[in-house]
Design a protein around this ligand. Structure first.
Ligand SMILES: [Zn+2]
Ligand SMILES: [Zn+2]
Length: 342
């Protein structure tokens, strides 16, 4: 790899509009943060700039760890990408399944006006993708084995847009599979029922809804700029302030706001927390040993040790339960023999 390719390899996400940290979205986020601080928080221009580019946050130990993880995870992503090939397999399997079921007619809705097909496809892909993100994120908090991995993201004590990359590679694998599953489900189903008119409404090659999500400050979710929405809107869309609540260590904020773009899932499944009256939030993990949020080695290896510990406890429990049952059977057996003899 020559120098240019190496820079390209590590920084490609900043020039890719499909990625949240695309430079265009980052610039829009800065503008949005400035407008929020100037007009809603009534801060001076100088004060707003100082707050947005707060050196204590941008160069904190936690943020430096984020930057290192970003670089190292690029290498992991390079090896994970072949997994995406499995999307073709899932799509083909679903397409063949739909063919095999008699009650499903191919091209059943092919006469639908093209604009309606494209609108439906654009919305469905976005909604299904967002819903699977909610489900997997919820599992990551509720299932101890997955929480061991997801803890890495929550160990951030300060947040910058790069914190979105503060994830363990195993979480990267899980989210890649989720994406493969969501797209593998929606694309062949639409092609089967709607035919060849299936297409996406896009801006710069990105689903228009994804573009809108990123262009309106998705990067500020991982930041100290707590932009809140109106109450009614926070039932539909997750505001930056609501994701900051998700990162808060306060008891009242525990296991709230798992949503990515849509807040509807949190609202429906009872995990919604509005940003109103949230006060000053402290980010991080209250149980995490202090100082570990900045050590790369710990961020990669601690989850592995914890997973091994959980599996060991589980295995010991299963084996001891099996031995207890064997002992019970043996005692019953002996008791029966004794009874027969007497
Ligand atoms: Zn989380
Ligand atoms: Zn987050």
């Amino acid at each position: 790899m020559d120098d240019i390719n190496l820079i390209d390899f590590f920084l490609s996400d900043f020039i890719n509009p499909k990625k949240r940290v695309f430079s265009g979205y980052l610039i829009l986020s800065i503008v949005l943060a400035a407008l929020w601080l100037l007009f809603i928080k009534q801060q001076s221009f100088r004060g707003a700039l100082k707050k947005i580019f707060d050196k204590k946050i941008l160069w904190s130990g936690s943020a430096k760890a984020d930057y290192k993880l970003f670089l190292v995870n690029r290498i992991f992503t390079f090896f994970i990408s072949p997994l995406l090939i499995s999307q073709v397999a899932i799509s083909t399997a679903i397409y063949l399944f739909l063919h095999s079921v008699d009650i499903f007619n191919q091209n059943l809705f092919a006469n639908t006006p093209t604009s309606v097909i494209i609108t439906l496809f654009t919305i469905t892909l976005f909604v299904v993708d967002d819903f699977t993100k909610y489900i997997v994120h919820r599992w990551m908090h509720k299932i101890p084995l997955l929480w061991a991995i997801h803890k890495v993201h929550h160990s951030a004590k300060t947040m910058t847009p790069i914190t979105v990359y503060r994830v363990h590679p195993l979480e990267g694998v899980l989210f890649s599979l989720r994406s493969v599953f969501a797209q593998g489900l929606v694309i062949p189903s639409f092609l089967f029922f709607f035919g060849n008119a299936v297409d996406l409404y896009t801006i710069v090659g990105v689903n228009i809804l994804v573009f809108f999500f990123h262009a309106t400050g998705s990067n500020l979710r991982h930041s100290h700029i707590d932009i809140a929405y109106w109450k009614w809107l926070e039932h539909i869309l997750i505001s930056p302030s609501q994701h900051q609540v998700h990162h808060s260590i306060a008891d009242a904020h525990y296991d709230k706001n798992f949503g990515a773009a849509l807040a509807i899932w949190d609202w429906v499944f009872g995990s919604l927390h509005l940003s109103e009256n949230k006060g000053d939030v402290v980010f991080g993990l209250d149980t995490y040993e202090s100082g570990k949020e900045g050590k790369i080695k710990d961020l990669y290896l601690d989850p592995i040790y914890e997973i091994a510990r959980i599996i060991k406890i589980f295995a010991v429990r299963i084996v001891s339960q099996a031995l207890n049952r064997l002992l019970l059977i043996k005692n019953l057996f002996l008791a029966q023999i004794k009874k027969n003899r007497s």
